[in-house]
Design a protein around this ligand. Sequence first.
Ligand code: 1CP
Length: 350
Amino acid sequence: MAVEMSDNTTAPLLVAARGGVPARTPVWFMRQAGRSLPEYRALRAGTSMLDACFDPEMVCEITLQPVRRHDVDGAILFSDIVVPLKAAGVDLDIVPGTGPVVAKPVSGRADVDALPVLEPEQVQPVADAIGLLNARLGDVPLIGFAGAPFTLASYLVEGGPSRNHERTKALMHADPDLWHALLAKIADITAEFLRVQVAAGVRAVQLFDSWAGALSERDYRRFVLPHSKRVLESVTDVPRIHFGVGTGELLPAMREAGADVVGVDWRTPLDVAVRRLVAAAPDRPLPVVQGNLDPALLFAGEEVVRAEVDRIVEEGRAAAGHIFNLGHGVLPDTDPDMITKAVEWVHRSR
Ligand code: 1CP
């Protein structure tokens, strides 16, 4: 589906996202804001994660920190995928060292019926942060984001981080009607959260379906794809990036969800990913991809990182556009100087 873009900038990230030829290969890193930066840890000391997410000045400053330090081509809004759930009234917390923890996990019809809708004013602090950021970012595009319905459902059903997603998969198969009702409600919240961010001025969005790779393609198509597709269709005027971990087998199905850019983790080389995406839709234009340096390799030394950057840039030439990124988020102990160097090498690569 052609997307109407109101943003006529030459910002490399946005040019690449539309399949154009940017002045340099754009690069940003998932989880670039936060944990790996000493200036982030200093600023966050004494403030809980969720309090930080609802403090516009703090969101603005944390979002800017990696842009100042690394010369990245995109700023990712500092927030979390559970922020819209919290704002809408779901009782949850982000526990240091663990992640999101839900007080009363969803298990039956009454729990699904009780899920609230998100009113735009409940995430006004996020919109305010975006306003501050746009005044301070210059031409570096701000990327908004939200959690995809499946990944958010996993936190709501499991009650917290989960390795196997067993309660989630049990619900999906044992009571498909309830499952679809749950995902439809989450999709409404996610779509509203993205609409608020776009209205406030983000110039691209990423839909994080981090845990979708836990599903078979069959289950993804039946239980998840229609809901993610509906969310992506609800965002109309900025490029949309769609990302998951371990999704090599799901790439063709994910393309059907309709995003402008498909994120690829480190397990699938970008040229292989492009072949799979093309085979799934031979009549559509060549896809645009984002990825896919293994975040663990930032610990392997300069020579390794430099060679990986070259390989990935080369493999990315198979696509209509390539936004360089990691295959998943920056790991907490990563040396920030290695991130700065990787950015420099990506920029020098063409
Ligand atoms: O630069 C950035 O990307 C920072 C903004 C950001 C983003 C995009 C944060 C801050 N969280 C997210 C998205 C997010 N949150 C995802 C999708 C991306 C991914 O796959 O990594 C997911 C799955 C979460 C859920 C979450 N929140 C986890 C993972 C738990 C698990 O299941 O393994 C964790 C640890 C959090 C807390 C969190 N989010 C962000 C920060 C800086 C933190 C740590 C806060 C703290 O402990 O005080």
